[in-house]
Ligand binder design. Structure first.
Ligand code: S3P
Length: 176
């Protein structure tokens, strides 16, 4: 069955850091009675250290390898909600994997909103871009890739619970 029409196929949340993927994903999984996974958490568990530490000690390339391995470890699982790291969906192989396994939902939140969340001091190695123009360019380049997701969810306003409901409704509509 095409995973887009399989009611039990996994839901992948994609989008920029600070868009709310983990918060919304956890809520959605609880509501559906499904499992929840977070690719950053899977990487940290497998490597025994934080994402920030991996970037600092061995670099982004090694982080992406570990992230890909974490994603592959989820192959074939059903009734699962996955929050993905903000850079995961940029990879061609990663996008193909998601397309073959389930449905991707892009939490599309504006730069001002995610900046407010990410600037709170949480460790995001790729974020500290001080120049506003570079920041905007980085954000827009990412958006171009995210727009390849199956479904876009407007995350510019609304509580996590409302976003979870919007995803649930869109998923049901696909499977009708
Ligand atoms: C990254 C986003 C982070 C984490 C890593 C790289 C990115 O995840 O995977 O710092 O490239 O956007 P979140 O989107 O959960 O912050």
């Amino acid at each position: 069955m095409n995973p887009r029409h399989d009611p039990d196929a996994p839901i992948y949340l994609i989008g920029f850091m600070g868009a709310g993927k983990s918060t919304v994903g956890r809520m959605l999984a609880a509501r559906l009675g499904w499992d929840f996974e977070d690719t950053d958490a899977l990487v940290e568990r497998a490597q025994g250290c934080s994402v920030e530490e991996i970037f600092r000690t061995v670099g982004e390339g090694r982080f992406r390898e570990a992230e890909w391995a974490a994603l592959c470890s989820l192959e074939g699982r059903k009734r699962l909600v996955v929050a993905t790291g903000g850079g995961l969906f940029l990879g061609v192989a990663q996008r193909a994997f998601l397309r073959g396994q389930g449905v991707s939902f892009w939490l599309d939140a504006p730069l001002e909103l995610v900046a407010g969340r990410v600037d709170d001091g949480s460790a995001r190695p790729l974020w500290p871009i001080d120049d506003p123009l570079s920041r905007r360019a980085f954000f827009e380049r990412r958006r171009a890739a995210y727009s390849l997701a199956d479904i876009r969810i407007d995350a510019s306003h609304g509580e996590a619970g409302e976003l979870a409901s919007a995803i649930e409704a869109a998923k049901h509509a696909l499977c009708r």
